[in-house]
Design a protein around this ligand. Structure first.
Ligand SMILES: [Zn+2]
Length: 315
């Protein structure tokens, strides 16, 4: 193995990632059909107000507060009949509610900010980002599954938001999570990084792609690496995972061991793809690369994969 990170870590690597800090007790065995409606009546209930891709934050006390009372949510015309129950944190019910108001029409103390900016700017703590990942994924699934995929009739929410039932054929539909593999391919003292066409200037990242039906995580890592870069992989090792609410993915981070080094870049997917030495990657992490090349932002799983490899001391 070219890396030796895997000897019984005290804390899981996933712990350090943005959107991964969820502390909500989901209490999945207690999700009655009226669970969300009942939870809304609790005085201590805390509500996240979520518009597509955006979370409403209250800056009334200076710092960004993502939690609203029922009264505050009503004042902002949130769609309370579509509230979903996330679970409980510190004894309080936690709910996510579609925000009716467009960001521009909110009173001045409130702002609807996109998830990436909230994540990148550290506007809310890890527990808040974790609750956001759960609530945003669930609300996006509801918005995308209002009709039955089997018969086309309308569906209705059940189980506090964890199920929809068809009004026509009674089919049950459950929230989905889309697995995506993201992998750092390593060969000796080099790793493989690519540049997508939409990336910010100078940024190189680990390769990634959706897991397909009938595929293992390891097979998806090998297929995507071969398709995007022409590199065949031997060993594949899991490292960490990250909920990624765009709209309901789970990023599965792995290391892969390259069997060849001659890259064939899929130019439909990538603008560039090449090997980077560990020294060069350390410069990118430190912001001292002579060509101002960079890795993705801290708390992204790509960053953590790259850092874990770059800071590992070679034998
Ligand atoms: Zn149906």
């Amino acid at each position: 193995m070219p890396f030796s990170l895997f000897s019984a870590p005290e804390r899981e690597a996933s712990h350090f990632l943005g959107f991964a800090g969820n502390v909500i007790e989901r209490q999945s065995e207690k999700r009655s059909d009226d669970a969300a409606r009942l939870a809304l009546t609790e005085p201590e209930a805390r509500l996240l107000l979520i518009a597509p891709g955006r979370l409403v934050l209250d800056f009334g006390n200076g710092a960004a507060n993502p939690y609203f009372t029922l009264a505050a949510a009503q004042a902002l015309e949130a769609a309370l009949d579509e509230a979903v129950l996330l679970g409980r944190a510190d004894g309080s019910a936690m709910l996510a509610v579609p925000a009716a108001a467009e960001g521009e029409s909110l009173p001045e103390r409130f702002k609807a900010i996109d998830f990436r900016s909230i994540h990148a700017q550290g506007l809310i703590d890890g527990a808040g980002l974790g609750a956001l990942a759960q609530g945003a994924a669930l609300l996006a699934w509801h918005a995308n599954h209002r009709f039955c995929g089997r018969c086309g009739a309308a569906t209705e929410m059940r189980a506090g938001g964890y199920k929809r039932v068809c009004t026509g054929c009674s089919a049950e539909h459950f929230p989905r999570t889309d697995p995506v593999v993201i992998m750092l391919t390593v060969s000796g003292d080099k790793c493989l990084l690519g540049r997508g066409r939409h990336f910010a200037a100078g940024v190189y990242s680990a390769l990634a792609g959706f897991v397909e039906p009938g595929e293992t995580i390891e097979a998806a890592v090998r297929r995507e690496t071969l398709e995007e870069a022409g590199i065949r992989l031997g060993r594949v090792v899991y490292h960490a995972s990250q909920p990624w609410p765009f709209p309901y993915s789970l990023m599965i981070g792995c290391f892969g061991e390259a069997l060849n080094e001659d890259i064939v870049t899929d130019t439909a997917e990538l603008e560039d793809c090449r090997w980077f030495s560990r020294t060069e990657v350390r410069q990118m992490l430190a912001g001292t690369h002579p060509a101002e090349l960079k890795v993705p932002a801290r708390h992204s799983i790509a960053h953590q994969l790259i850092r874990a490899w770059a800071e590992d001391i070679p034998d």
